[in-house]
Design a protein around this ligand. Structure first.
Ligand code: ARG
Length: 261
């Protein structure tokens, strides 16, 4: 995680961002810290990266890159506003003895936010940020044991996969917003070997998919009685977290977390 001390909206690279609607520093800190405490409560070890001045989006560490088998595929951001962040992500992962993989200049990739690992496949959500061609490199480094399924994102508001699809491993279920994907991708999703819950545009707009599950707990961005009841019914613990301030930059619970194992 990256503490939100430098977090603000200083540019507009997605439809949620409006430099005239700044997040409250204090509220952002409280919301981020709450998540930090939730992770601690779940027994998750948290590492921090130092926030850098002038890089407000560093708080969204899910975009740093993709850690896999002690390798780190460093992101290659589509927008110049975020490119400088990679210097610090690279340094951090080097210090943790990861082998750094960099992509060619013209191949965009924005890290874990664009990848979901299912039990028998990886999903890669591309086009709004990551380039389709990144799949060549993902295939090379993700070990080759599971296929990588590319899904095309078509809605500017849901520019990363983690804004429109979430996987809950404990119940082998995905929660997703079909409208964020092109028709071909929607058909592919229908055939995935998982249980599926479709959500409405309104639910997606609240960043319902930008949650995270760990063992039998699910942390959701905001509140959603329908999905909360469903998950509780399946025996899962549901934790709802208000992420209003990060939403002003187009992010939520998952966006401010990078999972490393
Ligand atoms: N302002 C950031 C951007 O537009 C938000 C990133 C959200 N991150 C995510 N994992 N979806 O790049």
């Amino acid at each position: 995680m990256c503490p939100p001390t430098e977090f603000q909206v200083s540019f507009e690279i997605n439809p949620w961002m409006n430099i005239e609607k700044q997040p409250s520093k204090q509220k952002a800190w409280q919301q981020w810290h709450k998540l930090f405490e939730i992770y601690q409560g779940l027994g998750i070890k948290i590492s921090l990266i130092k926030p850098e001045k002038g890089l407000p989006d560093m708080v969204f560490v899910a975009n740093a890159g993709l850690p896999i088998n002690k390798k780190f595929i460093l992101s290659n951001f589509r927008y110049k506003e975020r490119r400088e962040e990679t210097i610090y992500y690279k340094k951090w992962f080097e210090s943790q003895k990861f082998e750094i993989i960099t992509l060619p200049k013209n191949v965009y990739f924005e890290g874990q936010a664009e990848i979901v690992e299912l039990s028998d496949a990886f999903i890669f959500g591309f086009d709004k940020r990551g380039s389709e061609s990144a799949i060549i490199f993902l295939k090379k480094y993700l070990g080759g044991k599971k296929p990588i399924i590319p899904l095309k994102l078509v809605d500017d508001r849901f520019y990363h996969l983690d804004l429109c699809l979430m996987y809950i491993e404990a119940i082998n279920t995905i929660i997703y917003f079909p409208g964020a994907f092109d028709e071909k991708s929607q058909k592919i999703i229908e055939k995935l070997n998982v249980f599926k819950i479709k959500i409405s545009e309104n639910e997606a707009k609240k960043f319902l998919c930008n949650g995270l599950s760990y063992k039998n707990s699910v942390i959701l961005s905001g509140k959603n009685p329908r999905i909360t009841a469903f998950l509780k019914n399946k025996g899962l613990e549901v934790i709802n977290l208000d992420i209003s301030e990060f939403k002003k930059s187009g992010g939520g619970v998952k966006c401010v977390s990078l999972l490393i194992d």
